[in-house]
Design a protein around this ligand. Structure first.
Ligand SMILES: [Zn+2]
Length: 164
């Protein structure tokens, strides 16, 4: 491919194509995906090299529209199941299989709003990330421990902080 044909290919990609394709890939994945994996998936899907800058610009657009949310503890992005809905967002993150369940909780939202109001704080957004074991892992006895850790316990194993 010559420089001229590469430039021509880039021109053929409409501005909205990158975010739309990214959203489609995230919805198909149905789980949080890290930026590096997204870059590979997007490049493969569009059959062209996508720059990290373009990826983050598309992610910024999708998160700004409320279609994609960031799971901070995993440094990943997820196509939200509740687009455009305000309120406290709860992520239940399984530390064993890395499944992430997204929930909206009006009770939690009301409680957080009440706590913030009592402090004279104005809430813009609320995200609560909870780590533990999902139902499937817990049912299969994969819970690492059923009691809170004590100082006598060995230090926890390092966890994978970045998802695929
Ligand atoms: Zn699990």
């Amino acid at each position: 491919m010559t420089l001229r044909s590469a430039t021509r290919d880039r021109r053929r990609l409409p501005a909205a194509a990158l975010p739309a394709t990214l959203l489609e890939l995230l919805r198909q994945a149905g789980r949080p995906v890290g930026a590096y994996a997204l870059l590979q998936m997007l490049s493969a899907k569009l059959e062209r090299r996508i720059s990290p800058h373009s990826l983050y610009r598309a992610l910024g657009r999708l998160t700004g529209q409320g279609l994609v949310v960031r799971v901070e503890r995993r440094d990943c992005y997820l196509a939200t199941r509740h687009p455009g809905i305000a309120g406290a967002r709860l992520f239940l993150i399984c530390g064993i299989c890395d499944a992430v369940e997204e929930k909206l909780s009006p009770r939690l939202d009301a409680q957080l709003a009440g706590e913030a109001r009592a402090s004279g704080f104005q809430v813009q957004s609320s995200v609560v990330e909870v780590e533990g074991a999902c139902r499937s892992c817990a049912d299969h006895g994969q819970l690492a421990t059923t009691r809170p850790p004590t100082q006598a316990d060995p230090p926890p194993r390092p966890r994978r902080l970045v998802c695929s």
